[in-house]
Design a protein around this ligand. Structure first.
Ligand SMILES: [Zn+2]
Length: 430
């Protein structure tokens, strides 16, 4: 549906209009943060001061028996769910990715800091002990009250509170803490569901413990992302979330076919039972064709445009519903990206597949905001393939922008993030 393309000026206008819309929304809600200045300063200078925040979520027992974080009310994409300060972070610059010694130094430093923090503060220690070591039967683990994670309301400011708090001596169960760190720490790197703002391309190795975040489970159909700012992790909704829905991250790249994701999940020590995996692995009619397509995608070398056309035709013939189409497009995102990234392939196959912006919108519905998807949306909109009239397109760009980065920046800063998104090497995220 490629209609009249937008020139650079119109694209610029489109972006600025889109970002203006961001301002109009009531983004100044509880837990809102504004990182605009820092983003505009190129992430340099002092990290913005953030206060810890627990949004409308709580820890509950999840359907698979373990524990998870759940929404207690409807939440819009982009809204802040949690702002959490790390118990400790170990950081280092890794000069050689294959050098495990460098990583060990970072890990040891991290463990020392966690033990130190737990020893100094009984509250920190008790929070750490709410985590699982991965060895206990999941359904026997107690479900912590969310109030434990909220900062004490209005402590007196005269220092008396601190004096009374430091009373009890804590004897640490170092063995247990080591075990639970193994399964609960998060890395700060630009994991598929996280933004590491301010990394400036330095290969950092950062590992940290954010206790409440460790309760968030994986899904290949995730609805949240995290952004690391200094020692804080900000978790935002990357899709609209309904009250009662479980909050999930992607622990690994979910813009890949089901076979790849199963391998990745096994490396993390679990079998993914999300609705997307169940559909993709369990659909007998599509199954064989999907397996063939996955093989071709993983082996590479073939005509990715032809692959996309086959997938789209198969979905049309099998009357796959929109939501499931979105799952499959996310799985074959690599092929769509190759197609849209090549003028030659677009000329050859473009008329037989939906436009780039339409595919991006569909995929964002499945996996939420993501830089690679946002880039496709911006590019598609710029090529006049905006799946709608101008206002609709603007609205879609804004929605995916907010779903990707969260409502943490104002107009100009969002424009800067859009530019970074477009500039980033599109192959890097594949
Ligand atoms: Zn899954």
């Amino acid at each position: 549906m490629a209609t009249a393309g937008l020139d650079d000026d119109s694209l610029q206008q489109l972006r600025s209009r889109a970002t203006q819309l961001l301002l109009k929304e009531d983004w100044k809600e509880s837990g809102a943060v504004d990182l605009s200045e820092w983003v505009l300063a190129g992430f340099s200078g002092k990290c913005p001061d953030l206060a810890e925040h627990v949004g409308p979520v709580e820890v509950r027992r999840s359907s698979h028996g373990g524990r998870g974080v759940f929404a207690v009310k409807n939440i819009d994409a982009g809204a802040t769910l949690l702002i959490s300060k790390a118990v400790a972070i170990g950081r280092g610059v890794i000069t050689d990715a294959a050098d495990s010694c460098e990583k060990m130094v970072v890990w040891k430093d991290f463990v020392d800091k966690v033990l130190d923090a737990a020893e100094k503060c009984p509250k920190t220690a008790s929070l750490i002990y709410t985590l699982s070591t991965g060895e206990e039967p999941e359904d026997e683990l107690p479900v912590p009250d969310i109030a434990q994670f909220k900062q004490e309301a209005e402590e007196p400011d005269d220092g008396t509170a601190a004096a009374t708090e430091s009373a009890p001596e804590v004897t640490l169960d170092v063995d247990k803490i080591l075990k639970l760190l193994d399964v609960n720490c998060l890395t700060e790197d630009a994991a598929p569901s996280s933004n590491l703002l301010g990394s400036n391309g330095v290969v950092n190795c950062g590992v940290g413990l954010w206790v409440l975040l460790a309760f968030i489970n994986h899904s290949c159909h995730p609805n949240a992302r995290r952004t690391h700012v200094g020692d804080h992790a900000i978790v935002h909704a990357s899709r609209d979330i309904k009250a009662g829905e479980e909050i999930t991250f992607a622990y690994f790249d979910v813009l890949t076919p089901v076979g790849r994701r199963r391998e990745a999940a096994r490396a993390w020590g679990f079998e993914c039972q999300c609705d997307r995996c169940r559909f993709e692995a369990g659909d007998a009619i599509l199954g064989q064709e999907l397996a063939r397509l996955e093989n071709e995608l993983v082996n590479g070398g073939g005509d990715m445009g032809a692959l996309v056309v086959r997938l789209e035709e198969k979905m049309r013939k099998s009357m796959v519903k929109e939501r499931r189409k979105a799952f499959l497009r996310a799985s074959f995102w690599g092929a769509y990206s190759a197609l849209f990234g090549s003028d030659k392939l677009v000329r050859k196959w473009g008329r037989r597949v939906p436009g780039e912006a339409a595919v991006a919108e569909s995929v964002a519905g499945a996996i939420g905001g993501n830089e690679s998807v946002l880039r496709a949306m911006l590019r598609g909109a710029g090529n006049g393939d905006g799946c709608g009239n101008r206002l609709e397109v603007e609205d879609k760009v804004v929605r995916i922008g907010r779903a990707t980065y969260g409502k943490v920046v104002k107009r100009q800063a969002m424009r800067a993030l859009f530019k970074l998104t477009l500039d980033a090497d599109s192959n890097k995220s594949l």
